[in-house]
Design a binder for this molecule. Sequence first.
Ligand code: MN
Ligand code: MN
Length: 265
Amino acid sequence: MKFADAEQGYEESHFIIFGIPYEDEEMSFRNGTKEAPDFIRYVSWDYESYNITNGIDLQEIPIHDAGNLGIEEATRFIRRVIKDGKIPIAIGGAHSITPFLISSLKNTIDFGVVILDAHLDFRDEYMGDKKSHACTARRIYELVGKEKIISLGVRSASKEEIEDAKKLGFIYYSSLNSDINFDKIYLSIDIDVFDPCYAPGVSNPEPMGLGYEVLDFIKNLAGKVIALDVVEVCPPYDDERASLLAAKLIRDFITWKVSYKKFGK
Ligand code: MN
Ligand code: MN
């Protein structure tokens, strides 16, 4: 099953959706985020192709769904998508996919990384695994440097992560800080940035999170976003709320992006 309204071929499409059904061998709480790409595709058919807020119809936007890819394959694929001047939209999978994708783009284009996440993800390693989802921001920080990364919506971290972040100059806020100076942005959305009332089915739910303001934030940023990933939906624990929200974010993002730059017909 394809993502709804993503029925065009690769060549003619401006937006390229692909799934990465990848999770760590040791997830820290719940397993099952590898099921998210297909489940988010399934729930994406809930929605109208027409967006009532901006009048954009996704049926008129060239969008391609490249299916599910292994992590190595996805790493090569996202580089191709960027080189072809298209917007990649990766559906995880665990947050551990993001450093792979960013390492692949690092030498192709100059960009900053904005992470929306309830968690700091700044551990140097988790259960002996440096590629864990709990280390995502740390690995990206090492790849792009402290000037090129910011985490927002953070409300959970270990004492050591906070100490390391201070020591290493890693910038994070609990709220959404719209003062972002990157011209081009890789946006990584860990869906647990939302309150569990909007997204209960995530790998690590963290209460008292964000809501509608996340949508406004992404809308304002969309013009600068050159790549997007949406991670950590965990279908075995989801009553479809988290998946529906992820699908809607992807769909709305495309319309917001189109409103900035007149792609397509
Ligand atoms: Mn995360
Ligand atoms: Mn998280």
